[in-house]
Design a protein around this ligand. Structure first.
Ligand code: TYD
Length: 172
């Protein structure tokens, strides 16, 4: 099983759509193994977005600083989800970074519509509802950055019945 990090950004928390969005992941059978609300400081976001995500290196100071300021507009809800190829599956459900380009049916396409340029013109990071780890090794680094081992939990979901070895052979 694979684990991935999601973070409901301040826009999702303040719009009151966390439950609605979370239900999509639960419905798909992804298992919540960690969850908390927090208000991270600049240093935490610096490590998340540059140390792990290289956003400043890739996109420059303005986008980076706008994004960190936007994340600091309020508390966020961080979760670790587990499932078969969870990193790729969750990214597919979340959609691409720019909401205007995200297809209907994805979270960013269904809950937002704005563009990079509109966000940049008002000195905001693009409000795209949710963060999700992009790659497997990024997910491992992000989970370790946001959660301690004792905050991650082991239990059985009903869905796991269908992702574990079959209990019997076909009846003839
Ligand atoms: P990035 O890691 O490139 O995308 P993703 O969140 O899809 O993994 O960017 C991190 C965040 O920075 C992104 O969710 C929103 C913000 N951002 C902008 O505001 N403008 C931009 O041009 C880019 C690339 C990102």
């Amino acid at each position: 099983m694979e684990r991935t990090l999601i973070v409901f950004k301040p826009d999702a928390v303040q719009r009151g759509i966390v439950g609605e969005i979370l239900s999509r992941f639960e419905r798909a059978g992804l298992k919540i193994v960690g969850a908390k609300m927090l208000n991270p400081d600049y240093k935490h976001y610096f490590e998340h977005y540059e140390g792990i995500g290289t956003l400043k290196t890739r996109k420059g100071d303005k986008i980076f600083e706008d994004q960190l300021a936007s994340m600091q507009e309020g508390p966020v809800i961080a979760m670790v989800l587990e499932g078969v190829e969870a990193v790729e599956v969750v990214r597919k459900m979340v959609g691409p970074t720019e909401p205007k380009s995200a297809q209907p049916g994805t979270i960013r396409g269904d809950y937002a519509h704005v563009t990079y340029s509109a966000a940049a013109s008002i000195n905001r990071g693009v409000s795209n509802i949710i963060h999700a780890s992009a790659e497997k090794d990024e997910a491992e680094q992000e989970i370790a950055h946001w959660f301690s081992d004792s905050e991650l939990h082991d239990y059985q979901t009903v869905h796991e019945r269908f992702t574990q070895p079959a209990p019997h052979k076909a009846k003839k």
